[in-house]
Write a protein that binds this ligand. Structure first.
Ligand code: HEC
Ligand code: HEC
Length: 132
């Protein structure tokens, strides 16, 4: 039984090492809750249900783009019958998600997603006084 001390300290060390990522996340303030998104203050409903937008907003934007640029269709009727202008900067950003940084970017940064849309499209908040 002389080894008992070694066994317990070995077990202790093992537990510390195994749970290390957890403690490190706690320290870094990362939680399983995900990014802290700023949601629209006024609108209660997006152009499609939230569950659809979460998984498929990129498909919706792609079809908005195709429809507008190729077929000249510049309005979109949502599931609840409302009509919206097809406009990334105007409808998505200005009208509802007032801050691209605190909504789109926060989640994209969290998920390591990048997109090239803003090479051309304008974030209205950054439009003033900047080169783009
Ligand atoms: C090379 C420049 C460029 C890039 C990059 C780009 N677009 Fe566009 N986009 C345009 C132009 C030009 C139009 C046509 C504008 C018009 O006729 O009103 C347009 C129109 C659109 C429209 C319809 C009209 C509007 O103002 O929203 C949508 C939606 C759209 N793009 C989405 C996207 C998305 C999503 C991405 C990224 C995946 C993207 N675009 C990347 C240039 C670009
Ligand atoms: C809750 C998280 C979240 C939010 C908020 C979010 N996105 Fe995304 N977005 C994602 C994820 C995750 C992907 C990548 C999905 C994939 O690669 O399959 C993505 C992909 C995209 C793409 C496709 C990029 C590409 O090149 O394939 C576009 C365009 C896009 N998002 C636009 C937006 C815009 C505009 C907003 C804000 C109005 C926004 N997203 C808000 C999570 C989010």
């Amino acid at each position: 039984m002389r080894d008992r001390g070694w066994i317990y300290s070995g077990l202790g060390l093992f537990l510390i090492l195994v749970t290390y990522p957890f403690w490190q996340n706690l320290r870094a303030g990362v939680t399983s809750k995900g990014p802290d998104l700023r949601r629209p203050a006024e609108a209660k409903q997006c152009v499609m249900p939230v569950s659809y937008m979460r998984t498929s907003h990129m498909d919706l934007l792609a079809s908005w783009r195709e429809n507008a640029v190729r077929d000249g269709v510049r309005t979109f009727q949502s599931a609840d019958g409302q009509t919206y202008n097809v406009s990334l900067s105007g409808t998505c950003i200005t009208q509802c998600h007032a801050s691209k940084e605190e909504f789109c970017d926060r989640c994209h940064n969290y998920a390591s997603v990048s997109n090239y849309c803003w090479d051309c499209h304008v974030d209205p908040r950054q439009a003033h006084g900047s080169a783009r």
